[in-house]
Design a protein around this ligand. Sequence first.
Ligand code: SF4
Length: 361
Amino acid sequence: MNKIKNILNKNNLSREDMKYIFKLEDKNQLQYLYDYAYQIKEKYVDKKVYFRGIVEFSNICEKDCYYCGIRKSNSNMDRYTMDEKEIIEAAQWAYENEYGSLVLQSGERTDNEYVEFVEELLKKIKSIGDGALGITLSLGEQSYDTYRRWYEAGAHRYLLRIETSSKRLYEKLHPSNHNFKSRFQCLQNLREIGYQVGTGVMIGLPYQKVGNMVDDVEFYRKFNIDMVGMGPYLKHMDTPLAKKVINFDEKKQLQLGLKIIALTRIVMKDINIAATTALQALNPVGRELGLKAGANVVMPNITDKKYREYYKLYENKPCIDEESKECRSCLKKRVESIGEKVGFNEWGDSPHYFKRISQKE
Ligand code: SF4
């Protein structure tokens, strides 16, 4: 027990300290780690959880990432794109149910028709409640100009996961025409335009070493990110990567997911960290465990039920049968069960972003 206490008492964790944490198995030490991260969360971002209603509006994707269930080459998947009316209805529902913020997510498309569709959509969503809803986009790699247009149309946060900070690993997870460097350039561009920038990785990947996990946390720190959406790797059987996995240990994956949340909270203190549904896919109370390890954002699915089963990036995705209103009350209860409250009607931007901006001025 003394070892973890000594490590966490330091001002800055070394690479060796982080490696120790990623390898840690002892239950008491792990609980100490999660409790320590929770205290930091309480101090810097309060015992408050922000809801971002997520609309997964299209599963059409130009890319072919080896781990993803909606990759272009997966022909076992029916494809859909919600029409504007359906998306606006979901946004209106989020507004009326006091969600404060929305996430628009889809597979990656870069054609003009799509870029314009999103731009118009953003303007219409911004008119709901006179700009009441904060909007996060999670629409992949786009040109500088596209990012700028969407920012000017009303989006103010962008989540672009790098999935791994290791070039070697990235190249094992993606076909050769996917470019590791351009993802970093996109993150730079988003920041330059003025977005609050979020990124994230998968943990527990085949070929991933402990050193890579440490590099991921170091990357968050070096890039000075405002928010993170990350989670344990989960298999989708219609993908090339899943076929490489021999022993899939759900408990270990969950534990890794919680460790990286706790470590990220300890290192980055005042950023927003999502407790992703991937945690709940591994354990019915996975998201609550994520909140107790330092996360402070959840993304309830408000996509029309009829589309949900077609947006499966991985298998056993939870909450695909619940109506939005059932998700709302279920999640509210879950948040309250751990003694926290929901930041209804608030955008819930990360304090880190405001600090970063004020230091720049
Ligand atoms: S991970 Fe994203 S970019 Fe890659 S195939 Fe899936 S939806 Fe497309």
